[in-house]
Design a protein around this ligand. Structure first.
Ligand SMILES: *[C@@H]1O[C@H](CO)[C@@H](O)[C@H](O)[C@H]1NC(C)=O
Ligand SMILES: *[C@@H]1O[C@H](CO)[C@@H](O)[C@H](O)[C@H]1NC(C)=O
Ligand SMILES: *[C@@H]1O[C@H](CO)[C@@H](O)[C@H](O)[C@H]1NC(C)=O
Ligand SMILES: *[C@@H]1O[C@H](CO)[C@@H](O)[C@H](O)[C@H]1NC(C)=O
Ligand SMILES: *[C@@H]1O[C@H](CO)[C@@H](O)[C@H](O)[C@H]1NC(C)=O
Length: 171
């Protein structure tokens, strides 16, 4: 019958939205940046310009996507970033898959380079990580919009879920 299939559809959508929101929730306030955007982690990208386009907050993530046969992801100090010295990395994030995740879990400056000479060609990234502004004060426009987006998403999914559960109970 038409009505009962509508009910099932609403229930299914409601549950699906709930599940999606639950899975997404921990990630929404923290942002994951693909380093270099569509270009990824490679030569011929000016990462100073790329980083200047973003604001990095505590809890965000960097995602390095690159050719695992040629490049790597090393965190170095400022001096070694400037001189492209890969001999004493502070942290080697290279896992071998060409897909490495770096949690920006401290408010400080981070310096990354690729070794084997690629750093000299510009494969180096400096990221300045700052504290998240409190949601209610929200002086930073781009960031407050993240919270607004979460709230409206939550509201919509709540309405849908309640409707679906209502439908389910009234079968
Ligand atoms: C910076 O952002 C602007 C606007 O989104 C974009 O057009 C530009 O290509 C970006 N520049 C870099 C280096 O990513
Ligand atoms: C970075 O590490 C090198 C040793 O690899 C050291 O000589 C240099 O002073 C350090 N620079 C900073 C800014 O800590
Ligand atoms: C970083 O780790 C990878 C994978 O364990 C390893 O192959 C590579 O030699 C390391 N690089 C440096 C500079 O330590
Ligand atoms: C931050 O993440 C790095 C890499 O996973 C880890 O080694 C370090 O202990 C973490 N620091 C804090 C303060 O959580
Ligand atoms: C990136 O662009 C900036 C601004 O145009 C420039 O000063 C800098 O030298 C460039 N870096 C590289 C590695 O090309």
């Amino acid at each position: 019958m038409k009505i009962s299939s509508n009910n099932r559809w609403a229930t299914a959508v409601g549950l699906l939205v709930c599940a999606v929101v639950m899975v997404m929730l921990p990630d929404v306030s923290a942002k994951r940046y693909i380093v270099g955007g569509n270009m990824g982690w490679t030569s011929n990208v000016n990462y100073t310009l790329w980083a200047g386009n973003q604001t990095f907050y505590l809890g965000d993530w960097l995602y390095f996507v690159y050719d695992r046969n040629q490049n790597d992801v090393l965190e170095v100090n400022k001096t070694n970033y400037e001189t492209c010295n890969a001999e004493h990395p502070l942290h080697n994030y290279t896992t071998g898959a060409g897909r490495d995740v770096v949690p920006l879990n401290v408010t400080r400056d981070y310096y990354f380079i690729s070794s084997k000479g690629f750093c000299y060609g510009g494969m180096k990234l400096h990221v300045h990580v700052i504290n998240l502004p409190p949601p209610l004060a929200a002086p930073v426009k781009s960031h407050s919009s993240r919270f607004t987006a979460v709230k409206s998403l939550l509201f919509v999914s709540l309405v849908v879920a309640v409707t679906a559960i209502w439908d389910l109970l009234c079968y």
